[in-house]
Design a protein around this ligand. Structure first.
Ligand SMILES: *[C@@H]1O[C@H](CO)[C@@H](O)[C@H](O)[C@H]1NC(C)=O
Ligand SMILES: *[C@@H]1O[C@H](CO)[C@@H](O)[C@H](O)[C@H]1NC(C)=O
Length: 381
């Protein structure tokens, strides 16, 4: 049986209720939902010019482009920068359904197969050819494309049905593993656009190539690889470091449907809003109608009955509890009682001299000692 490096969960738990708001202009990004036009003309340019007819005249006199994304697969509608007055002005137009300021989405994380007792080619993990020929679209923070998990050694070229693009910051970063890369962030500078950790983590878990000798300070040494190591990856970037945008999420799903992904994987949440008002469940609904399998993480909150997110019945909701890997570090007390904890830092030459037990909070010498702040215990002995 192959061994897996258990990736320590990077739980990014912050909940964002903030809204995107530009102080300078008073404009906010709205998602505008419309009825399907009669005759359902699916030509993208025609749809976009039809969407433009919903914009109030005030928006047409300014030079700034107001529509930031126009959708055609996941929903009928668009995302546009508007003032509240402009958004209200659209309400009377025939075909208008609703408009609201986009919400920020937050990042989540996932799990390990070995802990789940999965065996390759058996039961739930029946993946003959390790996912060969499958394209997994990951909607996340981006990807560290130089990482060995995204090496394309031994990977065949993308399937001929693939119509996706590779255009990250004007650079071509793709190979036969990472076959697509696009950003749906608008108005961001490259310096803001630096966090690829969460996206690399989730993409690597889904379809990372085998990397031998993966370890943390020499611990947990083994071969790290994704659940489907032969699958191709396409990254759709919609998040900054810890904030993702609804308008970009819909645009990414819209593109993924056209690009020809087989699976969509999201470790992002729109909270527990009702299905009809939740961009992930809306987008996933259209995706499965196009034959795409949608897998989402169940959330970082809990455990309680209502803490699960991404629970629309047409989504595979993947939850995780804890991990069974133990990297034990033991403290031997003077009375021979052994206390087991865990630490990745286990130097071979650690001094076994007996040391006093100290309650850092009780020492009163340094406020940050209470939290074992770096350096705060230096002068304690
Ligand atoms: C990890 O395991 C590989 C293969 O057994 C070995 O060659 C390598 O030296 C190990 N690395 C560490 C840091 O233990
Ligand atoms: C208290 O701890 C901080 C780091 O947490 C350190 O920078 C500072 O020098 C410490 N103060 C004293 C008096 O040791």
């Amino acid at each position: 049986m192959k061994s897996f490096l258990l990736i320590i969960s990077l739980a990014v738990t912050s909940t964002f209720l903030s809204i995107s708001f530009s102080q300078k202009t008073g404009l906010q990004t709205y998602i505008v939902f419309l009825d399907k036009p009669e005759g359902s003309n699916s030509n993208h340019a025609d749809l976009r010019s039809w969407y433009t007819t919903f914009l109030p005249e005030t928006t047409l006199t300014t030079n700034e482009e107001r529509i930031v994304h126009s959708y055609r697969n996941v929903v009928t509608g668009f995302a546009a920068k508007l003032t509240p007055q402009e958004a209200r002005a659209m309400e009377d137009k025939a075909g208008f359904v609703s408009a609201r300021v986009q919400r920020s989405l937050s990042l989540l994380t996932t799990r390990t197969p070995e802990f789940l007792g999965l065996q390759q080619s058996l039961g739930a993990w029946n993946l003959p050819n390790s996912g060969e020929g499958v394209i997994i679209g990951v909607i996340d923070t981006g990807i560290n494309h130089g990482h060995p998990s995204f090496s394309d050694e031994g990977m065949p070229p993308p399937p001929s049905k693939w119509r996706g693009r590779c255009e990250f910051n004007g650079k071509r970063i793709c190979n036969n593993k990472l076959i697509g890369a696009r950003s749906f962030l608008t108005n961001t500078t490259p310096s803001e656009d630096v966090d690829f950790y969460h996206g690399s983590h989730t993409a690597g878990e889904a379809a990372g190539s085998p990397v031998q000798g993966a370890n943390v300070f020499g611990q947990a040494n083994g071969t790290a690889m994704g659940i489907a190591p032969k699958a191709h990856l396409a990254m759709y970037k919609i998040c900054l470091k810890d904030e993702c945008f609804e308008s970009g999420l819909l645009a990414a799903m819209d593109a993924a449907i056209e690009d020809g992904v087989d699976v969509l994987s999201l470790s992002i949440t729109d909270g527990s809003s009702p299905f009809y008002d939740n961009t992930i469940s809306l987008g996933a609904f259209r995706a499965i109608q196009s034959g795409i399998f949608v897998s989402c993480s169940a959330g970082n909150e809990g455990p309680s009955k209502s803490s699960v997110v991404n629970d629309a019945p047409w989504i595979l909701t993947v939850g995780a509890s804890t991990i069974d890997r133990e990297i034990r570090a033991t403290v031997l007390l003077g009375n021979n009682v052994e206390l087991h904890g865990q630490s990745a830092y286990q130097p071979k030459d650690l001094n076994s001299r007996q040391l006093p037990i100290i309650d850092p909070a009780a020492t009163g010498i340094n406020a940050s000692a209470t939290f074992c702040g770096a350096g705060s215990l230096n002068n304690i002995l």
